[in-house]
Unconditional design. Structure first.
Lengths: 159, 159
């Protein structure tokens, strides 16, 4: 069912029950294309900030503890955002690379998303601590969680 | 001058002087199109989270203090991001609506960006406080700062 079609009835339900805040997160997007654009934007920002820390972990850029902590803090905020934009009916509506498995095995997808958020949390903690070895280990964990989701849930081509 | 062309010399300079972290923020993007995609993504997320608070301020959605505070907190993090992606040479490289005035009157543009960040900071403070009247006032301030920048620095059509 499309978000576009769901929304009026859900809003009416929310208004009646006074449960707006308890509605599925997907209902926060008016159209499927809004949800797609939102999650893609989240991943763009995550990729930018993670890659700046990864470059330090890999020795490609001089380690700057303050910059690492700032980037990890931003990453930690944004990492929590995209999951809410994978609601039912957001598989189509704009070009995107989300595989049908996201909705077919939604519990496993949620687990993978939670894993990524947890790994980013560890990276944020490591970056606050300022120890490069701990940051390197945490970057590895985040990278693996990115890759796991991309392997399982991101198609090679846009649909 | 394009970022793409600037980068190697800037990186070499940074490596020699050990001043990577002090390089202009624009140098953090490998290509102009990366900077454009990054700032557009920031605005997409900002618009989403601001509109959720604005909907409460306008009475279109029931006021939920916790949701308002969460959205304002996210907005407050992301509002600080896009300015860094308006470096010299990022006017072209991907379809975008940035007006040449951004780089012609860069001090005024910086002032407008700072104003927006300050207004978002006030909204974040108001949302933490949970007082709807204060949130309404702060939403107005943020809205005006969005509009001022859009009026002056955003073209109607993509270039």
């Amino acid at each position: 069912m499309m978000i576009k079609k769901m929304k009026p009835s859900l809003i009416a339900l929310g208004a009646v029950l006074g449960l707006c805040a308890a509605l599925p997160a997907s209902a926060q997007f008016q159209k499927a294309e809004d949800a797609i654009k939102y999650r893609q934007s989240s991943f763009t920002l995550m990729g930018t900030h993670f890659s700046r820390i990864a470059a330090m972990a890999q020795g490609k850029v001089a380690f700057d503890a303050k910059a690492a902590a700032e980037n990890a803090d931003i990453l930690n905020t944004i990492a929590k955002l995209p999951y809410s934009a994978f609601g039912e009916g957001t598989d189509k509506g704009a070009p995107n690379r989300a595989k049908p498995e996201i909705w077919k095995e939604s519990a496993k997808f949620k687990e993978a998303a939670d894993k990524m958020v947890a790994e980013v949390g560890k990276l944020d903690a490591a970056a606050r601590g300022g120890n490069l070895d701990q940051i390197k280990a945490a970057v590895g964990g985040v990278g693996q969680s990115c890759k796991a989701c991309h392997d399982n849930y991101r198609a090679k081509e846009t649909n």
